[in-house]
Design a protein around this ligand. Structure first.
Ligand SMILES: [Mg+2]
Length: 301
């Protein structure tokens, strides 16, 4: 695990070594600098977990240093604890006004310094954990749990953005795995899931970075291809179909293959998103009812 770092900014060597002596622990890295200017540079470079900042220093003082740190995006989230010999309320208040999280008075009571540092380090850790959790939740809301592809909702949002913000031609492909129910019946649901995951991976590998792929429903996948010609879109669709069709799945030694049927349309901006989805669904249906394992392009009227 990465060590937490405390940056001590104090122009007195003696104070710095006292702080180091009090806080030193194997899980902590302590950096020491002797001026506000250096403190700002090192804070930007090392992004310490916490800063202990002296108020009275030659050059820029602690208040000004803190103000600069709080005004910079790189350092504004690092808590600053002032080290102060001035215990008058005015100086303390000024410290809080420029953005300090706390203060400790000189001379130090070792247990107090340790306790205050510990509280702020714990706060930072909690905030980090919360941030990670929020990111995970956000990711979950747009991801299909099984295939890890974008889910239908996210696909629709992305497509809507694309349709509104660009003027380029967009093609939609809707794929459905042929006879998927049979695969589940013969090989079991775990194998069915494996088929879904594997096909997702194959499609993902073949896509360009500007394409959008989503799990549309049970065994359906929707692809948005921007900036392609009609012929290229049909070629893409057939290539996806052939790659998946050529893959050999293995269920406890039994090898089997899966085919895809696809509907392809050019996105029509003159009708709604939903109507475009209906159109691509109809093209897919034509493919299904005319023998499967094929891609049907529905020509614009
Ligand atoms: Mg000083």
């Amino acid at each position: 695990m990465e060590k937490d770092t405390i940056l001590v900014v104090d122009d007195s060597d003696i104070i710095c070594s006292i702080i180091k002596g009090i806080l030193e622990s194997p899980s902590l890295h302590i950096d020491i600098v002797h001026s506000g200017e250096e403190g700002i540079t090192i804070a930007k470079e090392l992004h310490p977990t916490l800063i202990l900042l002296d108020i009275i220093m030659s050059g820029i003082d602690g208040y000004e240093t803190c103000r600069i740190l709080k005004n910079s995006d790189e350092t504004k989230d690092i808590p600053v604890i002032f080290i102060t010999g001035n215990n008058d309320p005015k100086s303390i208040l000024k410290g809080f006004e420029v953005g300090a999280a706390d203060y400790v008075s000189k001379p130090f009571i070792p247990e107090e310094l340790k306790a205050r540092v510990k509280v702020h380090m714990q706060n930072i850790k909690n905030q980090r954990e919360l941030h990670i959790l929020m990111q995970e939740l956000k990711e979950m809301a747009v991801t299909d749990y099984l295939t890890k592809l974008h889910n239908r909702r996210y696909f629709m949002e992305q497509l809507q953005v694309f349709v509104t913000e660009s003027t380029s031609d967009i093609f939609l492909i809707l794929f459905d795995i042929d006879n998927f129910k049979k695969i589940n019946d013969i090989y079991g649901h775990n194998t069915g899931d494996l088929v879904l995951v594997t096909i997702s991976k194959i499609l993902k590998l073949l896509l360009r970075k500007e394409d959008i792929l989503g799990r549309w429903g049970g065994e359906e996948f929707m692809i948005c291809l921007p900036d392609v010609t009609e012929n290229a879109a049909i070629d893409f669709a057939n290539r996806f179909r052939q790659e998946v069709g050529g893959y050999h799945f293995n269920c406890n030694g039994t090898v089997f293959q899966c085919t895809l049927t696809g509907g392809v349309i050019q996105y029509d901006r003159s009708i709604s998103l939903e109507k475009n989805f209906t159109k691509v669904d109809q093209a897919l249906y034509v493919g299904k009812s005319s023998g499967k394992n094929r891609c049907i392009y529905s020509y614009p009227k």
